[in-house]
Write a protein that binds this ligand. Structure first.
Ligand SMILES: *Cc1c(COP(=O)(O)O)cnc(C)c1O
Length: 386
């Protein structure tokens, strides 16, 4: 066993189920372990590496910014932050007017929940079965998985879970007491389940009827993953708040909440973050947005995602129950647990994720090539042939 693995076994907290693997270098779609073996990455750091690893534009931006200014709390204005805020808002639907910057997905969700309660003066939040929104106590209250929640109960009161893709059940649950509903456009952790247009637009209509805010969690689906910049754009939704993180800054920690015009004034002091909006992360995020334009990454994700999806769909294996996905987010639901198959993929040089117990999730960086897609599909086919 490598020294790295031994040391981490001894000193790390224990909250992660780790693979028997030490990753020490990455470039584009490729990762290297400490033995020099290479892997095609279909994990993309849980979706934080949509641009691929160490993208030159991100490396250059953070190198330059590190020499100028790394820390600058939001008690001051800052040039790089101002540039990023403007760019983010211009990218969003026209109802989005402002943004709050933070450092992770769970923080973006926490902020959105606080802004919703503050703005509506209501307390109830509706989220969905199989949904995932993070692991701090507020966002965990919106997360569905019992395994994540049970050890920490009681969680924040007045959170309700209703079935996803079921407008009737949502209609029965939502009322004039509901501050917000929070949903993923494609449920990621929950097993790669795309939301139907009727359901999503219906949810938005119910929100407007009840004076409820619609929070869309794009932490995993944002930044080109589904073939558009944001997944809600497939359905022409106009969310009141949009939670972002993961790939927003090319792998540098960052989160954001985009805030719409149905949220009123937000008073100074009700929320904040020491690192939020730091110039280093902002510079990385600016480089990410420029790279999306330059390399047409959303179009690329749409095209290559189509190809990955249809090739995986064509695999004939009695193990496969269903194949679902959108863009470069593909879920292969098996009739049994996926962990042995993920290990076999790993030994064939392909790193993939589970989504729940029975779904293999493929989320390669958007810079992947057609050739690499063939390699992934070959490996999956081999592993699933029985
Ligand atoms: C990963 C994820 C989060 C949490 O993000 P962290 O940065 O890990 O806190 C929230 N929502 C969704 C949909 C996610 O996929």
């Amino acid at each position: 066993m490598s020294d790295t693995i031994t040391k981490e076994r001894i000193f790390t907290s224990g909250v992660y189920a780790k693979r028997e693997l030490a990753i020490i270098r990455g470039k584009g779609v490729t990762l290297w372990d400490d033995q020099g073996k290479t892997y095609i990455d279909c994990v993309s750091a849980h979706g934080a590496a949509n641009l691929g690893h160490s993208h030159p534009a991100v490396v250059e931006a953070i190198t330059q910014q590190a020499k100028i200014l790394i820390s600058c709390p939001e008690m001051y204005h800052n040039d790089i932050r101002a540039a990023l805020l403007e760019k983010l808002i211009r990218l969003a639907p026209s109802n989005i007017k402002r943004a709050f910057l933070c450092n992770s997905g769970t923080e973006a969700v926490e902020a959105a929940i606080k802004f919703a309660r503050f703005s509506t003066k209501r307390t109830e939040i509706i989220s969905f079965m199989r949904g995932f929104h993070g692991r701090t106590l507020g966002s965990l209250s919106a997360t569905w998985n019992k395994k994540y929640r049970a050890p920490f109960e009681p969680l924040v009161p007045e959170f309700k879970h209703v079935p996803y893709n079921n407008l009737e059940k949502l209609e029965a649950a939502i009322s004039e007491e509901t501050a917000a509903i929070i949903l993923e456009v494609v449920q990621g952790e929950g097993g790669v389940h795309p939301g139907g247009s009727d359901f999503l637009l219906g949810a938005q209509r119910l929100c407007h009827e009840k004076g409820t805010l619609l929070i869309v969690d794009e932490v995993q689906t944002g930044f080109g993953r589904t073939g558009k910049m944001f997944a809600f754009q497939h359905h022409e939704l106009q969310p009141d708040m949009i939670c972002l993180a993961k790939s927003i800054a090319g792998g540098v920690p960052m989160g954001a909440v985009l805030i719409g015009d149905r949220i009123g004034e937000i008073s100074p002091g009700i929320h904040g973050s020491t690192f939020g909006g730091n110039p280093l992360s902002c510079a990385a995020a600016l480089a990410v947005l420029e790279t999306f334009e330059k390399e047409k990454l959303c179009e690329r994700a749409a095209q290559l995602g189509e190809s990955l999806f249809s090739k995986v769909r064509a695999i004939k294996s009695p193990l496969i129950r269903d194949v679902r996905g959108m863009g470069l987010m593909v879920g292969i639901e098996l009739k049994q647990k996926v962990s042995p198959y993920l290990n076999q993929l790993l030994s064939r040089g392909v790193l993939a994720l589970p989504a729940g117990l029975t779904v293999i999730r493929l989320m390669p960086p958007l810079v992947i090539t057609t050739e690499e897609i063939y390699q992934i599909v070959d490996a999956v086919e081999e592993v699933l042939s029985v």
